[in-house]
Design a protein around this ligand. Sequence first.
Ligand SMILES: O=P(O)(O)O[C@H]1O[C@H](CO)[C@@H](O)[C@H]1O
Ligand SMILES: O=c1cc[nH]c(=O)[nH]1
Length: 234
Amino acid sequence: MPTPHIEAQKGEIADKILLPGDPLRAKFIAENFLENPVQFNQVRGMLGFTGTYKGHRVSVMGTGMGIPSISIYANELITEYGVKRLIRVGTAGSINEEVHIRDLVIGQAAATTSAIVRHDFPDFDFPQIADFDLLDKAYHIAKDLGITTHVGNILSSDLFYGGPDALKIGQLGVKAVEMEAAGLYYLGAKHHVQTLGIMTISDHLLTGEATTSEERQLTFTDMMKVGLETLIAE
Ligand SMILES: O=P(O)(O)O[C@H]1O[C@H](CO)[C@@H](O)[C@H]1O
Ligand SMILES: O=c1cc[nH]c(=O)[nH]1
């Protein structure tokens, strides 16, 4: 049965899904990496596809930007379509001297400015962490592929412009800033499903280096490969 934001029928979405923020990145992944991709969603332009990757049935769908947006899609995918493994493949800004543009960052845990956890648990901070099994798999897959990959804390900010000084939290070893992983990790814990965020550095907040919007949409294929291999890994 379709949900308010996803028009797929039950069974049209695989139980393993890649989640880029950009729906056109989802289309690129489907067209370039999946065999026989079939589009299952275009509600609000949030394109979603199911196909096979190396013989395994997988899906890919955009989430939009920010925790409010990804939480709508992740909630519906988990509770209505039975998705069990969700991997965000996103872009992020480096806030760390050792993390360079186009490197991969796997978010081991995510600090956040969002109130997503506090809405449920006002009395304490809940640590938003990735699923360790997925994290371990992704790290070794990336390493075996020879991709420069960092693992550690990231910051999921509610704001792209403004908000708290990301560079200050960078001094605590936090590697990069993006806008969704903490929300996805929290929903993974809440619904007992596996979640992970793999990000490509698209901007460097210390050096001012940046990639174009076309590169963000169409390249960063290392992250896509690592995401897909992790999705199907036993
Ligand atoms: O490239 P995506 O996956 O959208 O991720 C990053 O890019 C967007 C901001 O430009 C935010 O969604 C941020 O998390
Ligand atoms: O600087 C950046 C780059 C990508 N995504 C973000 O949220 N911030």
